[in-house]
Ligand binder design. Structure first.
Ligand code: MN
Length: 719
């Protein structure tokens, strides 16, 4: 059993000036609160936190981490609270301990292969301080090392499987191969006991012969290096049992056929020496060409660096040799942890700082990732700043944008679940729909057919999926409602003119009108009536106008006399002519008056009253003054009115977007738009028809367009 003095001595080895006070206090506190608890091994529980702290000390961690390691189980397994730990040991230690506790509470039981990656990310996301993960890995390592004390076989297997699926890849990703290898080895022994025994027996058979072989090869290498005045450490070791097994499986080999069971490692001082050694080894033994890997020139994502080569050895056998510096060797063993070690008062090596870029590779959305310097200072990072990982009641993992709510979760399950989401339970407790989900939450949605998505939801959902589904639903519902209303309104007004709207509804005539108002089909046009964008009267007027035009073209006269007469018999107060508000009128196409314009009526021959802007050139020149009648706008001017504009602008990229943008910003829409490059220069002429509700808004739009850069003229067309 590890003792506290072993740990303190170890710390002083790599950091002679360390202030051990916090470690000693953590030890005393942990011993007190864990008192009376035992491990399955029968040892006092305290042996476990001590073992975990020892692992961290061998990785040369700072005193805060080691204190946290000693305390890592106190919140979960004793009466100690976060507040108490924080008040005695400070927030940093408490934060780390509570991070470890949170991860321990995650349930992986239903984890399947496809979810392993999400689980790993969830753990990384929950640990906003990387030391949390390192303590968790050390914790798991000691639990694996004492796994034999578990009586229950299936529980043992489950823990081993979880270690293999979740923790071993995490250790590998953080570059901590010393832990990863132990994870794999113990997990393999538990999961495949027979294969393990078999390979173990084979690797230990003829052990003397093998030892001799190792000694011989080491000696050849050492001699060669000494001749060339290179100081090096040379190691020969067996490959691990899982890696041998993997090789047998992958290459479909029997054990006897796996030649490179023993790998050699040469550790030197400098990088140039690594390459020198590689050259010397290739002089001794012939390399296998495609087996040379230069992870010094191109480090792995987890910062692993080394040269690997496979050569034909002294007995014609394949032999793998790794060459690296002492610094690289330490990174290979402790990965990310190598960078916590005390720098012995030295300033941080800029190369080390640069090498922290690899942590960024861990992070898929790294937009808000702090500067590497900042990372070193705080040792705190948010590895997945934009994501949150939560569980379904069945244990599936959903990955949502940070700030997501139960509604986002519901839509991630299924659109129908989202559309009927009435409430939610998070970790079995009812929460409001705008509740923000946290990593590791289990979320259960309560659905009801009496619930409908609404605008309110849009104010708090975070995921694009939820937002678009809610909008689509609301739009669809609105359209259905508006279409019904629009149809009803149109039916009524058409009926007054003895026209059957339902028959006309799907005719080309109606489609043409829809098109004139900027809609694709009559359904959209009628829905626009329901939305209040267009009045039914406008549709009727347009319809009658079109028929008249057609007649004129075809040379037929007045077959719609009756309806022409009807023009004067109804109206909805849009325009007051001669004091009457119920006359059917139409707007002059020449000048397109809009509410707010001073207007005048002109009684046409058999075609009702046309309304013109007072200063319309057509009124001035060709009108018979006897036919002019005073007109003004009534109260019920709703809907929009087309107005024609001409805009001249310098030819500039983006100008068109700015001009059309200033129209739509003002809640008007563009019905027609064409542009022509001016022959005489750089100018471009825009001809457009926009739909506006009134003159006030029209004037605002004109002003806005004028203020667009490079616009030099804006004209409203009145003839
Ligand atoms: Mn533990």
């Amino acid at each position: 059993m590890i003792r506290i003095n072993d740990i303190l001595d170890k710390i002083l080895e790599y950091h002679p000036d360390a202030d051990l006070d916090i470690v000693e206090r953590a030890y005393i506190y942990s011993a007190r609160v864990h008192e009376g608890q035992t491990r399955l091994s029968g040892e006092p529980y305290l042996s476990h936190p001590l073992a975990v702290a020892w692992i961290l000390a061998t990785m040369r961690f700072d005193v805060v981490s080691i204190a946290a390691a000693l305390l890592h189980d106190v919140i979960e397994d004793t009466h100690a609270t976060y507040e108490e730990v924080a008040s005695i040991f400070g927030n940093e230690v408490a934060h780390i301990v509570s991070g470890v506790t949170k991860i321990s509470k995650l349930k992986f039981e239903s984890a399947e292969d496809r979810q392993a990656e999400s689980l790993r990310k969830m753990i990384l996301a929950m640990a906003d301080d990387l030391r949390v993960i390192l303590i968790k890995l050390a914790d798991r390592l000691h639990n694996m090392e004492t796994l034999q004390f578990h009586k229950n076989e299936s529980k043992k297997k489950r823990i081993a499987q979880e270690t293999r699926d979740i923790y071993s890849p995490l250790a590998s990703r953080l570059g901590i191969y010393s832990i990863k290898q132990k994870f794999d080895e113990i997990a393999f022994e538990v999961l495949y006991p027979e294969e393990f025994k078999e390979i173990e027996a084979l690797t230990t058979s003829n052990i003397e012969e093998k030892e001799q072989y190792i000694d011989k090869v080491r000696k050849i290498i050492i001699d060669e290096l000494e001749k060339n005045l290179i100081e090096a450490e040379v190691l020969g070791r067996y490959k691990t049992i899982p890696s041998i097994y993997e090789k047998m499986l992958k290459q479909n080999l029997k054990f006897d056929e796996v030649y490179d069971l023993i790998a050699f490692r040469v550790v030197v001082e400098t990088i140039p020496k690594c390459y020198e050694v590689l050259g010397l080894i290739h002089n001794l033994w012939r390399p296998i060409a495609h087996k040379i890997k230069d992870y010094i020139g191109m480090p792995k994502a987890n910062m692993y660096q080394s040269l690997h080569t496979t050569v034909i050895g002294p007995y014609g056998e394949r032999m793998e040799i790794q060459i690296r510096t002492h610094a690289m060797d330490r990174v290979a063993k402790t990965g990310v942890a190598a960078h916590w070690s005390y720098k012995e008062g030295k300033t941080v090596d800029p190369k080390i700082v640069k090498s922290f870029e690899w942590v960024q590779n861990l992070v898929e959305n790294q937009a808000d990732f702090p500067e590497p310097e900042e990372f070193l200072e705080n040792v705190k990072i948010d590895l997945f700043p934009d994501e949150v990982y939560v569980f379904t009641p069945r244990g599936d993992i959903k990955n949502l944008p940070k700030g997501s709510t139960p509604i986002d979760f519901a839509y991630s399950v299924h659109t129908d679940v989202g559309n009927t989401c009435a409430g939610a339970k998070v970790n079995s407790r009812m929460v409001p729909l705008h509740h923000k989900l946290k990593n590791g939450d289990t979320v259960e949605v309560i659905t009801s057919n009496n619930v409908n998505p609404n605008h309110d939801w849009l104010s708090f959902v975070k995921s694009v999926r939820a937002r678009s589904r809610i909008k689509r639903y609301i739009k669809q519902k609105d359209k259905e409602r508006s279409l019904g209303l629009g149809r009803e309104m149109c039916e009524k007004i058409f009926k007054k003119h003895k026209l059957n709207f339902n028959k006309l509804y799907s005719t080309d005539e109606m489609t043409e009108i829809a098109f004139r108002y900027g809609y694709k089909e009559s359904e959209d046009l009628i829905a626009a009536v329901g939305y209040g964008k267009i009045t039914p009267r406008q549709i009727l007027n347009r319809f009658l106008e079109n028929r008249e035009e057609k007649e004129e073209k075809e040379g037929q006269e007045n077959i719609y006399d009756e309806s022409a007469e009807a023009l004067f018999q109804s109206g909805e107060g849009e325009i007051i002519v001669d004091g009457l508000d119920d006359l059917l009128t139409r707007r002059g196409k020449c000048c397109n008056p809009v509410p707010g314009d001073p207007i005048i009526g002109y009684i046409t021959e058999g075609h009702g009253i046309t309304i013109h802007v007072k200063n319309c050139p057509n009124v001035k020149t060709s009108a018979n003054p006897d036919r002019l009648v005073p007109a003004s706008w009534g109260k019920t001017t709703e809907g929009t009115y087309p107005v024609r504009l001409i805009v001249f602008v310098e030819d500039r990229v983006g100008a068109a977007a700015e001009i059309t943008g200033s129209v739509s910003e003002s809640n008007a829409n563009i019905a027609e738009l064409s542009l022509k490059r001016q022959e005489n220069g750089n100018g471009v002429r825009f001809d457009m028809t926009i739909n506006v509700p009134n003159r006030e808004i029209l004037e605002k739009i004109l002003k806005k367009i004028k203020s667009v850069k490079d616009v030099y003229e804006v004209k409203r067309i009145k003839s």
